[in-house]
Ligand binder design. Sequence first.
Ligand code: HEM
Length: 459
Amino acid sequence: MTDRILGIDFLWANRKIIREHSALETTRKRFIELGTNTVQLAVLGQRVIVTSEPDILKTVLALEFKSFCLPDGRKKIMVPFLGEGIFTTDGIAWQHSRDMLRPIFVRSQLVEDLEMFERRVNHLIEAIPKDHSTVDLQTLFFRFTLDLATEFLFGESTNCLLPGRESESSAKFVEAFNYCQSFGDGDGMNPLSILLRFRAFKKDFVDELIKKALSNRQMAAEKSTTEPGRVTFLSQLAAETTDRVKIRSELLNLLLAGRDTTAALMANVFFELSRRPEMQSRVRREIDTCIGAGLPTFEGIKSMKYLRAVFNESLRTHPIVPENSRQAVQDTVLPLGGGEDGKSPALIKKGQLLAWSSYSMHRRGDLYGEDAAEFRPERWLDDANEKGLRVGWEYLPFNGGPRICIGQQFALLESSYVVIRILQSFSHIESRDAEPWREKLMLTCISLGGCKVALTPNA
Ligand code: HEM
């Protein structure tokens, strides 16, 4: 089905609904009005398919993986400032990055990461007001995930949760990174201004650290020893290549993919917990049973089924990457999407774009039931009468197929650790915001109003 409203007016309408913070709901409602889950649009003479159909996504992301690549537009925007890395390449270059990254996300490495989480969470807890005043946890989580990701990736943290501790170059880096990640937030995506900030962003902080890692490698080679201590991703990369641009690109690609996604997830979970005392109590009871008063362990976190259901439900109702797209590298037949009702096979031609809305798909009544819009973690759990949700391609918060998010386990472990330690440290968390959740679409989607709460410390 060809849709004029989403089609001819697509570009203009998209800018408008993004600015009005209603893009995701507008698309979802349009699918419902049209009575289909796949529409074809004509955008500046180009046909684009937009879908929320699991079988189409299974074809594009897995069965016909090699027939699709990242859209040219994404590469054009991101390569100039991030460089070529896992997030911006296809084919052999992408496979090489993926192979290089895999070892830092294996289970044994994740278990070791708990010690780093604890150190960083202590800074976070110190930064939370203890006088029951209102705090925006989302802002603190953005600082937390940047501090943690820079320690994890570069071996040196930006320390932006510790006032007065950050160096001048790391402060510049934090400002530039935040600005670029929000796409210039509010100043109309001025490309010159974004480019200038990116120059600063790459230069001082990141390049200094790379220089240091390469000289450590040289010293270790001269002494025929290896440096003691934790292997960082930077030191691992420096052991493989001396190409500074390559190292920098991979680091920035990972930082972009992993930082604000995780912060947004934590903020969304606290947004719900602070408004639902019964849910908060149930997570607290589960912490008592699975963790107790001590530090969370890998096995303890894994055994928290209700907390996992809360994360699943948050990622279903508010996916952090709610929209995505691919471009066909050759003519390919999709199993659905053709005909007036979108139920016949459809041809996608070489060069055409396929965009999808995980947001719309995650809220489809025919897939999740009449209460699909409701936040109800219980739907994920087995009970005496009913089995909990078992999902396939209709649930894609981390994508699927060969390009599935490589940091999924890391993100869920980190976020669980933070929820547990905050609930252990504060006996009560209440919302200080009467507004409903609203979208703020940037490279990812975060809560427009943040997560304003008041926390009561343990007596
Ligand atoms: C809640 C947190 C996270 C969410 C919701 C999330 C979601 C996603 C999604 C949807 C994609 C697919 C993007 C695409 O193919 O167009 C992706 C890819 C990726 N994610 Fe995550 N992510 C999260 C956390 C992380 C973390 C913590 C890291 C690393 C430390 C990470 C690293 C990556 C990388 C490297 C890719 C690209 C994989 C590839 O193309 O092979 N992510 N993520």
